[in-house]
Design a protein around this ligand. Structure first.
Ligand code: FE
Length: 130
């Protein structure tokens, strides 16, 4: 899926655009899904691609929604990120390339991974409403 920058600007809020298309980061503890506990699926706010199940969401204390796994093996793409003098692994939506956050290896079992995601990059589909 390839959209031009001005097309994204039409469909995303300015805050979402900044995170998804310009690799921005929302301030910690401000996102609407940090303490969100409903059952369902978190999808990409840019394209609707299913990314994370609520079953893998956990309390990391970081201030961002955190998951220990992605919903399917090919939902997310990893990219090396050496910005801000750190060596990190960026995670992007595999379908639209939208920036989601980063993945770290200090998560809980069974994967040991922590997918640290901006709320602004996500929409939520409730299981109960379907
Ligand atoms: Fe996407």
């Amino acid at each position: 899926m390839t959209k031009k920058n001005d097309e994204w600007k039409l469909t995303l809020s300015p805050e979402q655009y900044k995170v998804l298309r310009e690799c921005g980061t929302e301030p910690p503890f401000t996102g609407k899904y940090v303490n969100h506990k409903e059952n369902g699926v978190y999808v990409c706010a840019g394209c609707g691609n299913e990314l994370f199940s609520s079953d893998t969401k956990y309390e990391s204390g970081s201030g961002w929604p955190s998951f220990w796994d992605q919903v399917t093996e090919d939902a997310i793409e990893r990219r090396e990120d050496n910005s801000l003098w750190m060596k990190r692994t960026e995670i992007v939506c595999k379908k639209c390339g939208g920036h989601l956050g980063h993945v770290f290896d200090d998560g809980p079992n069974p994967t040991g991974l922590r997918y640290c995601v901006n709320s602004l990059s996500l929409d939520f589909k409730s299981k109960d409403s379907e």
